[in-house]
Design a protein around this ligand. Structure first.
Ligand code: SAM
Length: 314
């Protein structure tokens, strides 16, 4: 298929009219408001029915509970949508808050979960956690959001997550991994002409980028899998996994950049020069021993006898 061939993208779905018109906070806000008003179930979790939407929310909520099984906890979701996950956490935690850039999502969520008195929706500015006090949450999580925001905004949220987490609190999030072949297929999907014509905010990450931004925000990674589900903790010091990741980040960088590569080639060349010098020395030793061997009178007589015997045989 040539890249210029027409591809379907979101054509024929309710979301076909939704496209990012402008790369600004206002552009993102309008995009998500429009997505919420035409088809929030598809826009949020790519689900076809309210039932599968419910099941997917339960599954993601179970993962949060597994990360922090503490009934007395206060938790916050960044980019909460209509509360697909929050609704299943209301029975587990003391307080469940969600913040979202889209007022339309927030209104739908507030209506949908009005019966859950410990669930609270907030309309945010799209880049910080201003409504919340320092050290006020035990867990901050975000599902299917960081993939839709530029990395500069994602980093703002990481800094803010650190601020609002209590010491020892946890951050849980997930982003698509550009280096994972299965997820690269999704990346390829967004390369298609439909999405060039109808931009959809979608950002893929590498594990190194996740590790770098989290460590700069002083949120220390405790788990990171190939699907880039990340668990990080607010603590004064980096744990063993965070330290190991920082170390491998540096050596990976020197392996990938040309200056790092040149340094590595120079090291290999110096190693080979040393091996060559050792071998040359060994050869000189052998030659010297051979000379001594040949110069020995007994050996000279024995060689002469051998030569005469060979001549006699012919
Ligand atoms: C794919 S939906 C996921 C919703 C929810 N996290 C869930 O898993 O059910 C993405 C959500 O992120 C919100 N969002 C996008 N950009 C945002 C930003 N910069 N700040 C806060 N929310 C944002 C959207 O309005 C939308 O509700």
């Amino acid at each position: 298929m040539k890249l210029s061939d027409a591809t379907t993208g979101l054509s024929g779905t309710m979301l076909e009219q939704v496209a990012l018109k402008e790369e600004s906070l206002d552009g993102y806000r309008k995009f998500w408001d429009q997505a919420a008003s035409v088809d929030s179930i598809h826009a949020i979790a790519d689900q076809d029915t309210p039932e599968s939407f419910e099941v997917s929310g339960r599954r993601d909520a179970d993962a949060m509970w597994a990360a922090l099984p503490e009934r007395d906890a206060a938790v916050l979701e960044i980019g909460c949508g209509t509360g697909r996950v929050m609704q299943h956490l209301a029975g587990s935690y003391r307080e469940v808050h969600g913040i979202d850039i889209s007022s339309d999502m927030v209104e739908q969520g507030t209506r949908r979960l009005a019966h859950l008195t410990n669930v609270h929706f907030h309309h945010g500015n799209g880049y910080d956690l201003d409504p919340f006090a320092d050290d006020s949450f035990d867990l901050v999580y975000s599902t299917y959001v960081f993939q839709h925001v530029p990395k500069t905004i994602a980093y703002n949220y990481l800094l803010e997550a650190r601020r609002v987490l209590r010491p020892g609190g946890l951050l849980c999030l997930q982003v698509p991994n550009l280096l994972d072949d299965a997820q690269f297929l999704q990346f390829n999907h967004f390369v298609q002409p439909w999405f060039v014509e109808h931009p959809y905010p979608m950002y893929f990450w590498t594990p190194a980028e996740v590790a770098q931004l989290l460590s700069k925000a002083e949120l220390w990674i405790e788990a990171l899998d190939e699907k880039m589900v990340v668990l990080a903790r607010k603590s004064e010091e980096a744990g063993p996994l965070a330290l190991e990741l920082q170390h491998s980040l540096r050596s990976e960088l020197s392996g990938l950049t040309s200056s790092g590569r040149i340094a590595e080639l120079e090291r290999q060349l110096a190693e080979r020069d040393q091996q060559l010098a050792q071998r040359t020395q060994r050869l000189a030793d052998v030659e010297w021993q051979l000379q001594r061997f040949r110069g020995n009178p007994l050996i000279r007589v024995a060689l002469a006898v051998r030569r005469a015997a060979l001549r006699g045989r012919r």
